[in-house]
Write a protein that binds this ligand. Structure first.
Ligand code: RIB
Ligand code: CA
Length: 320
């Protein structure tokens, strides 16, 4: 069973990814970062969620802003708490007395060549860990992200939120040379929880009912803001290569991050061209492939796999 550390900004879809990972993988740690809300709130949300799920997975609090610039929390898609829509239990424990960057390094050192690192919020913690400990590039088995897009963005016309929040951090991660998988909006937006799915959750056990409430809020916000008619399970897609690899198809190609301060800042530029040497004159040459980019998904089977993990979650002891 693969060992995974999730770096996240819970966030409705982050919460689902944590449950999905805990159901199918060896979730050895959770680190938190600013993004959907402040890092204080995302940390509290992670601890509350793990309390709800009855999981004793260590949580380490991370960065509160991007590497090089200020940041203001949207707070609109995921609500004021960052995970509006249901009452989560108060955390049964505190975060570790260790920064997320140090916890990532320590965990990768403990599980050398085994650990899969999954950034599903802005990549600031991961970038700082790679800078502080360059041996991470040898210790990590893989980095599998929710981030970027091969088509339309969400935060800008061409940039996805996790990358747009800290493009310099993303650039460090994509250049690190660690085997990398990327689930971008082009695929993750297809993986949506519908109204009917929400009804199934609301008729389920206590954990399923909590997620039914969370998704009901999240779906309403996505409808209002993006005109989307299902609650996108963006972050769970980052886990798929290690849980159900047949559900998403990938193409290995060069991915570079736009760092200019213009219209395309934060764009993940994926080079799918099939250049041959003869065509290189007057054409920008192709960088070396650095990432397996998600290009297709069996969306309904993946939604059902996520739904099964939620519906089958055992009743917490407090609820029995
Ligand atoms: O663009 C989608 C990403 O931004 C997801 O990770 C979501 O949780 C938000 O962080
Ligand atoms: Ca997220």
């Amino acid at each position: 069973m693969h060992k995974v550390l999730i770096d996240c900004d819970p966030g409705h879809d982050d919460a689902t990814a944590i449950l999905y990972a805990a159901r199918h993988l060896d979730l050895v740690g959770v680190t938190t970062v600013y993004g959907n809300q402040s890092v204080d709130k995302t940390t509290a949300n992670a601890l509350s969620l793990l309390t709800l799920l009855g999981l004793d997975v260590p949580v380490a609090r991370g960065c509160d802003r991007p590497l090089n610039h200020s940041f203001s929390h949207g707070g609109d898609v995921h609500g004021k708490t960052g995970i509006d829509g249901a009452d989560l239990p108060a955390p049964s424990r505190a975060a570790l007395d260790m920064h997320a960057v140090d916890f990532i390094i320590e965990t990768a050192s403990r599980y050398r060549e085994e650990l899969v690192l999954c950034p599903i919020g802005p990549f600031t913690n991961v970038a700082m860990a790679l800078r502080k400990e360059p041996r991470l590039t040898k210790w990590l088995r893989a980095i599998s992200v929710m981030g970027g897009t091969t088509q339309v963005g969400n935060t800008t016309p061409v940039a996805e939120f996790n990358i747009w929040s800290d493009p310099e951090a993303a650039d460090i991660v994509y250049r690190a040379g660690v085997p990398m998988w990327m689930a971008g909006l082009n695929v993750t937006r297809q993986v949506g929880i519908t109204e009917d799915d929400i009804k199934r959750l609301q008729a389920g056990g206590s954990v399923a009912r909590v997620f039914g409430g969370l998704f009901s809020f999240f779906l309403a916000r996505l409808r209002e803001i993006h005109g989307i008619n299902s609650a996108s399970m963006h972050d769970s897609c980052a886990l798929v290569p290690f849980i159900a690899p047949d559900l998403i198809t990938y193409r290995e190609c060069p991915v570079e991050i736009e760092l200019s301060n213009g219209l395309t800042r934060g764009m993940t530029v994926c080079d799918f061209r099939n250049l041959t040497a003869a065509k290189l004159e007057n054409i920008r040459s192709r960088a070396a492939p650095n990432c397996h980019v998600a290009v297709g998904v069996k969306a309904r089977p993946l939604v059902e796999h996520i739904m099964e993990a939620i519906l089958d979650w055992p009743e917490p002891k407090s609820a029995t």
